[in-house]
Write a protein that binds this ligand. Sequence first.
Ligand SMILES: Cc1cc2nc3c(=O)[nH]c(=O)nc-3n(C[C@H](O)[C@H](O)[C@H](O)COP(=O)(O)OP(=O)(O)OC[C@H]3O[C@@H](n4cnc5c(N)ncnc54)[C@H](O)[C@@H]3O)c2cc1C
Length: 396
Amino acid sequence: MRLQYGELEEAFRAELVEWLDRNVPERSVLETPRLSSAHLPEWAREWQRTLFDAGWLVPGWERQYGGREATPTEQMIYFEELSSRDIPRTLNPQALGIIVPSIRDFGTDEQKAKFVLPTLRAEISWCLGMSEPGAGSDLASLKTKAELVGDEFIVNGQKVWTSGAHDSDWCMCFVRTDPDAPKHKGISALIIDMRSPGVECRPFPELSEPDYFDFNEVFFTDVRVPKANLLGELHQGWPITQGSLAHERAMLWIEYAYSMKRAVKAMQEMADRPGLVTERLGDDGNFRDAIANYYVDSVALMAMGYRGFSKFMHGKSAPEHSLLKLYGSEAVQECLLGATEFLGPDAIDRDILGPRMWRSGSWLVQYLRSFGGTIPGGTSEIQRNIIAERVIGLPR
Ligand SMILES: Cc1cc2nc3c(=O)[nH]c(=O)nc-3n(C[C@H](O)[C@H](O)[C@H](O)COP(=O)(O)OP(=O)(O)OC[C@H]3O[C@@H](n4cnc5c(N)ncnc54)[C@H](O)[C@@H]3O)c2cc1C
């Protein structure tokens, strides 16, 4: 067994690292507070365009879309380098990770021409309209209705938790087009212009930061959507929801692994702070034990990730996706919770920053933000159901 990359792959890494060293914006720019997950300030548009123009935004994609047809191993190296250096590819992650791959996979030639390159070049921003007040884990229960009248769909209903909707130009929105069909069969995907009459976004704040607005309730009242904006076939939206979530899952574990590494390192750096039971936190045996445990978790997560990747490379289906989502998001959360407990009241001090997770913040804020890992893309309970049924083979 050789736990290392080959020469060609290392040459790929060297080329990437050399390019990053020359082109990545200053850290102070990268860490400019983010206003939402669809807000694209000028520096972020420029950075995404720079990556795109150099073939480093979506290296695994075809050249016609600005990729370089990188092999899966090369893509792994790409994500390792970006994650370990905490460099974002985009400030509109749902567009790059979920929506644009779905348009590439399911869109008509006209849709691809209209949306793929402008999205990759950060000229337009997107939100994802899946969840509703009565449809989250059970997404197929969604009720937002779209009726085809002539050449237009008329959309009525409500979405919720729609990240960045108020800053988005477009929404990939899942709607019910056949109310009489079984629930998975009557869903379609529409591309909705967020500036259409009848679209109303009501942003609401997060528990972790009352002055940060990313989530929205989005109301659709008689919104007219051209039939040409139907993504995929009519009533065939369900496979797109599955494809969309798969795009999301595939990219998650490596980010968790490096978030975990950063969190463990930040905990080690807390050692000289005053402890709750010892004068110096680093002299508390429980604190040292906890760091060791979290470190082992981070190494285990990496090993599981590479194991899943290796299976994927050998053409085997990898149930590791669910295991990694569950383990990765919960390991990060436990580590952040542990740190806040050792810090005590200092965990709420805004001057004592925890490891950066999307935005900077105190340790407590980062702990609260970690629920942003355990809930979307299938909650931890849903992952446990999947593992029970599809990996262990337990009855439903
Ligand atoms: C940071 C963040 C960003 C998000 N961004 C978006 C977005 O951009 N667009 C979008 O559409 N949505 C978004 N969401 C919403 C997210 O997809 C939903 O929150 C998620 O699917 C869970 O649905 P729910 O909140 O309705 O909870 P519910 O499905 O109502 O679940 C409530 C609780 O019941 C448990 N539960 C439910 N079903 C089962 C079951 N069968 N077995 C065991 N336990 C179960 C769940 O695990 C959970 O603990 C986002 C959420 C978060 C946290």
